[in-house]
Design a protein around this ligand. Structure first.
Ligand SMILES: CC(C)(COP(=O)(O)OP(=O)(O)OC[C@H]1O[C@@H](n2cnc3c(N)ncnc32)[C@H](O)[C@@H]1OP(=O)(O)O)[C@@H](O)C(=O)NCCC(=O)NCCS
Length: 138
């Protein structure tokens, strides 16, 4: 069974399942993942109740007045295709429904996933500092 929580209680580096940031050449470590979740405005975590390990998450940065940005949604490959990404996103969108703007950037192949959850296609701009892909210095 998968359980969902909106806090980091009980989550340590050893309870982060391997497999996050699949395909990233220089991925954040479990410690960095926990740090970015701790610094986020809102989070939803998916946890395998049997192994007690986190296997998915979504985070949000928000001014809590008008705007919210969803930087990351991840379900580790072993758990994909079971409705977990959909549940994480639906729960976050429900949490943010009182705000005017809810934005995210994604590759074209994931647009349909978000469209099914009520989001619209948009254009945007970005910058990536690849030398910091594993996380900013503390
Ligand atoms: C994208 C991602 C979060 C989806 O999570 P998931 O748990 O595998 O997705 P779900 O099982 O909840 O899928 C829900 C539905 O969306 C569909 N879906 C999943 N990925 C999709 C995609 N890329 N495009 C279109 N539909 C997709 C599923 O087929 C399913 O359809 P159904 O309800 O008709 O059965 C996951 O593949 C992932 O972590 N990918 C790597 C990181 C990533 O790309 N994150 C998004 C960055 S913005």
């Amino acid at each position: 069974m998968i359980i969902y929580q909106d806090h980091l209680q009980g989550i340590t580096e050893s309870s982060v399942a391997p497999g996050f940031f699949d395909g990233w050449p220089n991925p954040p470590s479990p410690a960095v993942l926990i740090r970015l979740l701790a610094n986020s405005t809102f989070i939803i975590l998916a946890i395998d109740a049997d192994t007690k390990r986190m296997i998915g998450f979504i985070n949000c940065l928000s001014d809590k007045v008008l705007t919210a940005y969803i930087p990351l949604l991840e379900v580790i490959p072993e758990y994909q295709g079971r409705g977990i990404g959909k549940e994480l996103t639906a729960r976050m969108l429900e949490r943010l429904k009182g705000l005017y703007m809810v934005d995210l950037l994604c590759d074209p192949d994931v647009q349909e996933f978000y469209a099914r959850l009520g989001m619209k296609k948009a254009t945007g701009m970005l910058m990536r500092n690849y030398e910091h892909q594993s996380g900013a210095e503390q």
